[in-house]
Design a protein around this ligand. Structure first.
Ligand code: NAP
Length: 314
């Protein structure tokens, strides 16, 4: 496993990291989820991403249980807030930030997270209030650094212009061979500002592994076959996308890579990307996916990927 510095922070994060959305504390049974986290550490993953909203606290509670007893300095823990935890608890007000960080730390059974992220922008709270409250969390030692997820470039610029507050070091956008929107504005802003990107759904929720075939039902045991989570995949399993993804199969094979490794090496080709946050339902997925770290794709492979996916990229 190779490691990259997260923006201008002092955090060194593994190129492949492990997320907990829809999986741990939720659809994956506890023993299997535990095995996934342990396997992640065995292959050198050190960044674990979660959020208060994942399973309404269940993902954080699961991680708190699994991580308790481990050397706290051996892993980088990232969580988030914004989405409603109750009818009245939501957003990025000073009161919410103070309340939600304490609730997350209790569930995670730790006195600090390494990265505290705003899960979305809150248009109902003055930005200065949010940044000052996040700064207070850092000053109290409850978070080592702060980040945002899915903020627009103007929103990030406005945050960076607030005087006397902590600077964001991390951005968490959706990014994959099929979803390239951060390339337009967010990446170009992050690079000179020393903001690293830890990108989510780099496998397009499993679509880029090639296991979903056009015209066929999703394989048993996959996210698309599980009615409790399949709706989160939106319309990606559409046949035109799946047909294009199948055109990647010989490209990956010629490069000596699995489809998942090709997709992960593709997002990691950009230095502004610090880590690819994978989801995993089985330890074997983590072992295979972690091997994408350090893979360098040739210009020919990158061109072939673009050719294969022409017309289905957002
Ligand atoms: N900031 C945000 O708004 C936001 C939003 C979404 C996610 N995230 C973060 O990003 C993380 C990753 O998201 P994601 O789970 O959508 O990522 P992903 O890596 O694109 O998809 C993960 C899923 O693909 C399947 N898979 C993984 N490796 C595979 C392999 N080698 N072969 C076949 N199937 C494989 C597994 O599902 P099955 O085995 O069930 O098919 C796995 O759960 C989340 O856990 C979360 O931490 C953040």
């Amino acid at each position: 496993m190779k490691y990259r510095r997260l923006g201008r922070s002092d955090l060194e994060v593994s190129e492949i990291s492990l997320g907990s959305w829809l999986t741990y504390g939720a659809s994956v049974d506890s023993a299997q989820a535990r095995a996934c986290v342990h396997t992640a550490f065995e292959v050198g993953i050190n960044l674990i991403d979660t959020a208060n909203i994942y399973g309404h606290g269940a993902a954080e509670s699961f991680l708190g249980d699994v991580l308790s007893g481990l050397d706290r300095s051996s892993y980088v823990l990232a969580t988030k807030l914004f989405f409603p935890m109750t009818d009245t608890d939501r957003g990025l007000s000073a009161a919410q930030i103070a309340k939600q960080i304490d609730a997350s730390l209790t569930r995670l059974r730790t006195d600090h997270v390494d990265l505290y992220q705003c899960h979305r922008y809150d248009p109902d709270t003055p930005l200065e209030e949010t940044m000052e409250a996040l700064t207070e969390v850092v000053r109290q030692g409850k978070a080592r650094s702060i980040g945002f997820s899915e903020w627009t470039a103007p929103q990030v610029e406005a945050a960076l212009a607030v005087p006397g507050v902590e600077r964001f070091v991390s951005s968490q956008p959706r990014y994959s061979m099929l979803w390239r929107k951060p390339e337009a504005e967010v990446f170009p802003l992050c690079e000179p500002e020393g903001i690293g990107n830890i990108v989510w759904s780099p496998l397009a929720q499993g679509v880029l592994t090639g296991k979903y075939r056009p015209g066929s039902p999703p394989p048993a045991g996959s996210r698309a076959a599980d009615p409790s989570v399949a709706h989160w995949m939106g319309d990606w399993p559409k046949d035109d996308v799946l047909t294009a993804v199948q055109r990647l199969v010989p490209i990956a094979a010629d490069a000596g890579l699995t489809m998942a490794q090709l997709a992960l090496a593709w997002v990691l080709r950009r230095p502004v990307v610090s880590s690819a946050i994978i989801g995993a339902t089985r330890p074997e997925q983590i072992i295979g996916n972690a091997a994408a770290s350090g893979v360098v794709l040739s210009a020919d492979v990158l061109a072939a990927v673009d050719g294969a996916l022409h017309g289905v990229v957002d």
